[in-house]
Design a protein around this ligand. Structure first.
Ligand code: 5GP
Ligand code: MG
Length: 174
């Protein structure tokens, strides 16, 4: 059975950090054609909260990746299961994920999207599990560093459950 062990970030703490990231992003992208790319499914809540607080014109697009193989031992194979519907050439792209872990998902997406010649390509994540990194990823906007705990809620799942929790919690499996 899988249960919530501990709440790591409550709604107010998340909201304050997202607001802070949105302020920085709004300042940095003033006068630019900003395209937010939400990485499905985990980034859904982060994206909708962030875009609500971004004060410059921004559009949102969606992409979905899946990965195969064991992340702890060897490199995983990350594939696009749902691609963007729009051309991103000459546009300012901000890739959004709720968490960066090994870095393989973002690394693969950055490589793929950079081939489409965007004007700029950067990453924003709410959580960073730095100790688990396998590949280096430049992260322009980051909310919190977290230790190596499996977390759920605020869009993040365990077997598709818990995505709807408004807070972020560590899981206990027994
Ligand atoms: P990476 O490719 O950086 O290893 O992992 C990125 C993806 O793995 C995230 O988008 C997320 O879907 C998933 N992930 C990584 N760490 C966690 C975690 O602690 N909890 C949950 N629910 N998903 C995670
Ligand atoms: Mg998952």
């Amino acid at each position: 059975m899988t249960e919530i062990k501990q709440i790591l970030f409550d709604e107010e703490t998340i909201a304050a950090k997202v607001e802070d990231l949105a302020k920085r992003i709004s300042a940095d992208y003033a006068g630019k054609d900003l395209v937010l790319i939400c990485i499905l499914k985990a980034a859904v809540m982060f994206t909708t909260d962030l875009m609500r607080s971004i004060t410059v014109p921004a559009v949102v697009e969606f992409i979905q990746a899946a990965s195969y193989g064991k992340s702890t031992t060897s490199s995983r194979n990350v594939v696009i299961v749902q691609d963007l519907k729009e051309d991103i050439a000459n546009r300012h792209i901000l890739l959004l994920d709720t968490i960066i872990d090994t870095g393989e998902t973002l690394h693969t997406l950055l490589k793929l999207l950079s081939e489409r010649k965007p004007a700029s390509l950067d990453v924003a994540v709410l959580l960073d599990k730095k100790c688990r990194r396998i590949v280096e990823v430049p992260v322009a906007y980051k909310g919190f560093d977290i230790p190596d705990d499996f977390v759920v809620g605020y869009g993040m799942d365990c077997g598709e459950q818990f995505r709807n929790l408004p807070y972020i919690a560590a899981l206990e499996t027994r």
